[in-house]
Ligand binder design. Sequence first.
Ligand code: HEM
Length: 326
Amino acid sequence: MMGTSAARSFTVVVAVLCLLLLPRHCHAKLSVKLSTKFYAKSCPNVERIVRSVMAQAVAKEPRMGASIIRLFFHDCFVNGCDASILLDDTPTFTGEKNAGANANSVRGYEVIDAIKAQVEAACKAAVSCADIVALASRDAVNLLGGPTWNVPLGRKDSRTASQSAANANLPGPGSSVASLTSAFAAKGLSARDMTALSGAHTVGQARCLFFRSRIYTEPNVNATFAAARQQTCPQSGGDGNLAPFDDQTPDAFDNAYYKNLVAQRGLLHSDQELFNGGPQDALVRKYSGNARMFANDFAKAMVKMGGLVPAAGTPTEVRLNCRKVN
Ligand code: HEM
């Protein structure tokens, strides 16, 4: 086994090589090893605490489950799953909360605070905010009726955040299938992972501003569906009016998203791109007829996305308050 200082120099060498030679592929898998047993000694009750706070939050408002799932995606796609999205802006610091895809849109910060408070009370300075988000999103899926899985743990929290990386890395609702595929590929995720992860749009809601052009101008939209959505999303005004992604079972984590796509009832342009005569059509059709295949692929893809960690050499810590650095 390597001694501590040898191990440290090895990590430094790997980090330098990584920066010089392979930046695109360096999500620092090299220096961080996640494990489902990471807190077995330091915080054996962490999973129970997360689950119980999430159960209360979802019972109070099912949409909160959806919001937490999205929070995890928006954390992981920006310099890895490092809780960077949770840092509040200050007069001297601009974080990710006000990036285009997050401002007035990402929800659930208070739920993460509530979990963190209970976890800190049980095990001081042991559990990262990034791991709490990973566990909370797993529980959200399951509490809404979806699958469950073991979450590899041991992430650390960033000491910084990047609004520009958030703006650059999070795909927008007008994206084509090609640009969605390349946004996920840039994170080491396959087109299959992308199509499975997009199935999270079987729960939660979106604002009129993001689907207006789809329901008024696109040719590949079911007419009954478009008319129903137009009732609360006028041609002008009402930008913030909400509609469920899946109007049949809005709070159930099932495979209805894919059934909707096959019926041209995708809410966002980017949703319908996955079933519009392109490369993902066959998989969408499979998921629409095979709930178990979707559930398995979704769980696998969440673990894979959860494996994105900050680039080697990035300073990290276990934050005491998820909203600010220690
Ligand atoms: C494939 C590219 C994706 C695009 C373009 C996209 C875009 C969006 C947009 C525009 C909204 C509505 C935001 C608002 O109205 O304020 C939304 C909501 C949501 N997204 Fe995505 N998304 C994508 C992928 C994902 C992934 C991978 C996940 C999770 C694994 C996810 C989970 C969610 C959830 C659950 C909601 C509803 C949140 C709530 O109700 O609070 N999305 N997404």
